[in-house]
Design a binder for this molecule. Sequence first.
Ligand code: UTP
Length: 295
Amino acid sequence: MSHVKKAIIPAAGLGTRFLPATKTVPKEMLTLVDAPTILYVVEEAVEAGIEDIILIAGRGKHAIEDFFDTSYELEDKLARAGNLNLLDRLTKIRNMANIISIRQKQALGLGHAVYCGKSVVGDEPFAVLLGDEITISQNGQKSVTSQLVENFSETQLSSISIMEVPDQDVSKYGIAEVQKISGCRYKVLSVIEKPDPKDIKSRMAMPGRYVFDSQIFEEIKNAQPGLNGEIQLTDSMKSLISHKGMEALTFTTKRFDAGDKLGYLKASVELALMNPELEIQFRNYLIELVKGWGK
Ligand code: UTP
């Protein structure tokens, strides 16, 4: 029985949708309230029992590695000032997981980014969490990654997250054709990357949370460049489905694409409304703002 203890977080993309900010700041380091997007992603992985995080980074992404490292000067200053809450938060961040950073020397696509983690993952099953997407669990809900890890433990089948999207959005995602097993559990029949809406048989999009059997590395190795000349993860998933099978789970937690401007703004607003320090003042501000629109 294999357990999922490793996760790959691809974070080597160029982030062109966030230019000019991402000329010098990795989009995964853009702040949601008071923490960078990548921290929410790593926290989700850790909550699912992941011990080793394989961060796929590219040029100009040192800030991500530094964020999970010790900052002696800062910690010393906080300790001297008696700011123990903040000190505790920083200490927890650097101790939360074993972070292993690997360079993707060229942004050749998501499939290629995942393949960069092969030497560390070996032949174990592993999770993939995209570094620019966040999910928010509330009121004791299990995170998406936790649910996928559990499904893998029970079935030993690669397990991916799916969500229904409107017709006009299917061409923005990898789409899975699925057959219901029971509840939120589905068998994956096939997958296709960013299809033309008129060709689709399904509106189940695949957001960035997966658990894979290590066989996916073989499929990526044999893959040819697909859409936009990139090594697409979706193409390799297609081969994995035919060789080993795959399941999909729908989820009820909130999910935001923080690598997209609108998604990032929505995530910022919702997280601010969940923050005990800001909640009341920010809610009142929003109410006043919306009232003003009617005038
Ligand atoms: P995206 O396609 O959303 O990221 O990839 P991008 O290419 O940075 O975005 P834009 O379109 O230019 O704004 C989803 C995730 O996969 C990573 C990205 O960093 C992001 O977290 N990725 C993508 C890689 O690590 N390497 C790649 O070659 C491509």
